[in-house]
Write a protein that binds this ligand. Structure first.
Ligand SMILES: [Zn+2]
Length: 499
């Protein structure tokens, strides 16, 4: 039998099993109970936060004959029929792929016909932002006058790319990043169910690595189960994730901060011998310092970083011993070194000299009034940067750095009074590679803002004040105009007019 991933196997069937989205679940359950159902919903949020799962539960709940607490009962004839694949009442369409022509053909002309099993026909359109402009217009026509029996649930990770005309017709629900503790509880439940042994710490680490996405966390859990052969250990998870042991890392960073060169170099030698990449180590150190600065300066750091409590406590202890300036200066040394790795073949020497120079810098004086003032200013700046950065951006260290640079650019723009350019900028994906800083814009309106002559000048100015790389702005390819129009017409049949 083919292996089913944990994510698929443990997809929630009822609203009660959905984790971390209580604000959304409560509203939807109330709608089911009162029978006050809308015709168009927009689910937005980072990947893996439950948009499609909630859409599926909702589409069964609106049809169920005897909903239990607003959730589908799973037992009535309608529920049983809808559970079969190939029913015509709940239709899932992936707007990101235009090759599901066969699936689309099945839907052609069917929107006017009443549902075959339940009361409603539900169209779940995934990645709806991938539709072309004309496809969006076509969809809008349908949303303007939907048949009584039709419900649309549009799901997207990129809400800024959805035209305002569509937004205004939808009831919008913003899915949040799921807290690490909730993900950890879910993983423990699943491991108990499938009879896998685990260390508590290991589960926390997997949950944290998911960074708010249940799907990502469960994929990692899947890998760990295979790798650890039925007993998921902390060491095993670390191996799978390729990260440094956080406890060891905190000790290492503590030694650098206290000027304990001898001990710090011993750790470098140890890590080097065990085959650890010095570039990854430098980026791990930078990430840890960044987190420590957050924890020290920002009250809601634990929430923002979604780190396990033990790790927060360790970072707090580190922050109590060292000033923000000292941590910042080591952070700067590390990030500068990260950039040099690609031009050097002597990674160990490069990293060691960075460690020595960071460790031997004059330690900052005690906490004076001036220092506290500065710390507060830095905390404010950090919060601003956090507010501007997109949630869930922490996918890869290199990417994270680019995102931080970009957030600083946005903050510069905001200071110059160009808030709307800053806003458009934060909607883009960024990456930095070989001296080129690439900005990938997914929406043509943002593209227009960023490339307009005078805006571009402002942007260049802000960018060069933050980063010395070459700035390249490009529009990310969307669904082909020619392909997507027939696609959406076949999807909604004669119910719409195309302009
Ligand atoms: Zn039912």
């Amino acid at each position: 039998m083919a292996y089913t991933s944990l994510y698929r196997r443990y997809r929630p069937d009822t609203f009660r099993d959905v984790i971390g989205q209580e604000h959304i679940v409560r509203t939807l359950v109330n709608q089911i109970k009162s029978g006050n159902i809308g015709h168009a919903y927009l689910f937005t949020g980072t990947r893996g936060t439950g948009k499609t799962s909630v859409a599926k539960i909702f589409s069964r709940a609106v049809n169920c004959l005897h909903p239990v607490d607003g959730s589908p009962c799973g037992k009535c004839e309608v529920c049983l029929e809808l559970a079969l694949s190939g029913n015509f009442d709940i239709l899932e369409i992936d707007a990101a792929s235009n090759n599901s022509v066969d699936q689309i053909r099945e839907l052609t002309d069917k929107i006017n016909f009443p549902p075959t099993i339940g009361r409603y026909k539900v169209y779940i359109v995934d990645e709806v932002h991938m539709l072309s402009k004309s496809a969006h217009n076509a969809l809008l026509k349908t949303l303007e006058e939907p048949p009584e029996h039709a419900i649309f649930i549009l799901a997207t990770t990129e809400v800024h790319a959805i035209p305002a005309t569509i937004l205004s017709r939808c009831l919008r629900f913003d899915f949040r990043l799921v807290p690490t503790s909730a993900i950890a509880a879910r993983i423990r439940f699943i491991f108990d169910e499938i009879g896998v042994e685990y260390e508590e710490q290991a589960v926390n680490m997997i949950a944290a690595a998911g960074q708010g996405s249940v799907r990502d966390a469960l994929s990692i859990a899947d890998m760990c189960v295979s790798f650890c052969a039925g007993n998921v250990t902390y060491d095993g998870v670390m191996e799978v994730l390729g990260t440094s042991d956080p406890v060891k890392l905190v000790g290492f960073v503590g030694n650098i901060l206290s000027g304990n060169v001898d001990e710090a170099l011993k750790t470098v030698a140890e890590m080097c011998d065990s085959g650890k990449s010095m570039a990854i180590l430098a980026s791990d150190v930078a990430a840890l310092l960044r987190n420590a600065i957050y924890v020290k300066t920002c009250e809601t750091a634990a929430e923002i970083l979604s780190l396990p409590e033990e790790q927060c406590a360790a970072l707090r202890a580190l922050g109590e011993k060292h000033s923000v300036q000292k941590m910042l200066s080591v952070l700067k040394t590390m990030t500068a070194t990260e950039g040099e790795f690609r031009y050097s073949t002597q990674h160990r020497i490069l990293f060691e000299s960075a460690v020595i120079s960071a460790a031997t810098e004059a330690p900052a004086a005690g906490t004076t009034a001036k220092e506290r003032e500065l710390e507060q200013k830095i905390a404010q700046l950090e919060r601003k940067v956090q507010a501007l950065a997109k949630p869930g951006f922490k996918s890869a260290p290199a990417k994270e750095d680019a995102v931080q640079v970009w957030a600083r650019v946005a903050s510069e723009l905001q200071k110059k009074g160009a808030a709307f350019i800053a806003l458009a900028a934060t909607e883009a994906e960024v990456e930095s590679d070989g001296g080129v800083f690439r900005v990938k814009v997914g929406s043509s309106s943002c593209m227009k803002i960023l490339t307009d002559k005078s805006n571009r000048d402002l942007l260049n100015e802000a960018f060069s004040s933050v980063c010395g790389q070459k700035l390249v702005i490009e529009e990310v390819k969307k669904l082909d105009e020619d392909k997507s129009l027939p696609y959406i017409t076949s999807m909604f049949g004669k119910y719409l007019e195309i302009k």
